[in-house]
Design a protein around this ligand. Structure first.
Ligand SMILES: *Cc1c(COP(=O)(O)O)cnc(C)c1O
Length: 371
């Protein structure tokens, strides 16, 4: 049996006529930037997330950069962000003129924990960028309280967390602003690059909308310099169609996670994802921690199953951050995770039979190894 890590073609097949119809209607109107479809998607996404403002931008990285730029952080400001993430949550801090301060993650949930964050706060700290890694809710209630008390901005990276919840409240609605990515493989993915920002602050929303459009709301009305990062009309139209399926897709992801859990629970050599209490995990990624991870990955591949490592090098250990002078021991949890995490296939179109096949092969690997 061949099991790809993700199957975007199968998903397109499942919604082909709806997508083709909306693409045709955009093309026939020959309006490719802005316009009705973009406004419609922004309104729809904000409404479903129960937040006031949504601003479409070119991708998730630009969403983070736009937020951080709009905050006008003082020179030399420090921004705390997890050591375990995709590079976007860190590189955009530098691009906005601030200094990246990495924080190690919780050993059970792989996300920021408020205690470790508090220890990293100095006189120069201006903000915290929390990441809802893999779809797991970062502890937003506690982080929001901490940031309020220490007068720090709180930014959420929701690129992997479309409709993740804590205490019945959506990820993306806790902080001052949140970035979403609609990269094709995300839980809500466009057919190219796309992203958005959400916020409840009106003035910040206005500033971010201008920043991402050359400082202008309408043509030639440049209050300040900005840049060009807009959500394409075509992508917005496709996203509006796909948004109507997202709840069902997330439900299917959760069912797959349950099935993996029931089949793999009790295997001593692996650790299954923990889910924080009173949260809804959206399982963008189903990452196990595995003894002899690289050999397991090879064994699965030899049996037709593709897996991915998110992420093989924790951020502080990357050459890009060698200037910070960190050693792997400075971030023991993240540095340990990079050797052990393995993401199993999880996407709505994956069948129960395929999940059983993946699980059976994992069990066989450890039985054969006798490790
Ligand atoms: C995908 C991702 C991003 C970046 O999104 P793009 O749309 O690819 O720019 C940022 N942060 C995290 C955690 C991501 O997974």
């Amino acid at each position: 049996m061949k099991i790809p890590f993700i199957d975007l073609h199968a998903q397109y097949m499942s919604i082909q006529s709806e997508v083709d119809d909306v693409v045709k209607s955009v093309l026939s109107q020959a309006s490719y930037i802005g316009g009705h479809y973009v406004r419609h998607f922004e309104a729809l996404f904000a409404e479903q997330l129960q937040i006031h403002h949504c601003i479409g931008v070119g991708n998730g990285t630009d969403a983070l950069y736009t937020i951080l730029s709009a905050l006008d952080l003082p020179a030399g400001a420090e921004v705390i962000t997890p050591a375990m993430s995709w590079i976007s949550s860190a590189e955009t801090i530098t691009q906005a003129g601030a200094r990246v301060v990495f924080c190690d993650v919780d050993p059970d949930t792989y996300i920021l924990d408020p205690q470790r964050v508090a220890e990293k706060i100095t006189d120069r700290t201006a903000a915290v960028v929390a990441v809802h890694l893999y779809g797991q809710a970062a502890p937003m209630m506690a982080l929001a309280a901490l940031c309020r008390e220490r007068k720090l901005y709180l930014i959420e990276d929701c690129a992997q967390a479309h409709f993740t919840q804590e205490g019945g409240q959506y990820a993306g609605t806790w902080g001052d602003a949140a970035a979403f990515s609609f990269y094709p493989t995300k839980n809500l993915g466009a057919y190219g690059d796309a992203g958005c920002i959400v916020t409840r602050h009106e003035a910040l929303a206005e500033r971010m909308r201008r920043l991402a459009n050359h400082g202008a709301r309408v043509k030639d009305d440049h209050l300040f310099e900005g840049f060009n990062s807009r959500l394409d009309t075509l992508q917005a139209a496709i996203l509006s169609v796909k948004l109507t399926h997202l709840h069902g897709w997330n439900t299917r992801r959760a069912a797959i996670a349950e099935l993996y859990k029931s089949l793999l629970q009790g295997v001593e050599k692996i650790v299954l994802p923990a889910v924080r209490s009173d949260t809804i995990h959206t399982y963008h990624i189903y990452a196990i921690r595995a003894r002899r991870r690289d050999a397991l990955k090879q064994y699965l591949e030899a049996n037709g199953i593709l897996t991915v490592i998110h992420y093989p090098v924790a951020l502080p250990n990357l050459p890009a951050y060698s200037y910070l002078g960190h050693r792997p021991e400075d971030f023991p949890v993240s540095s340990g995770l990079q050797e052990e995490v393995l993401s199993l296939p999880i996407y709505p179109e994956l069948t129960d039979e395929q999940v059983r096949y993946v699980s059976k092969n994992i069990l066989e690997f450890y039985a054969k190894q006798g490790v």
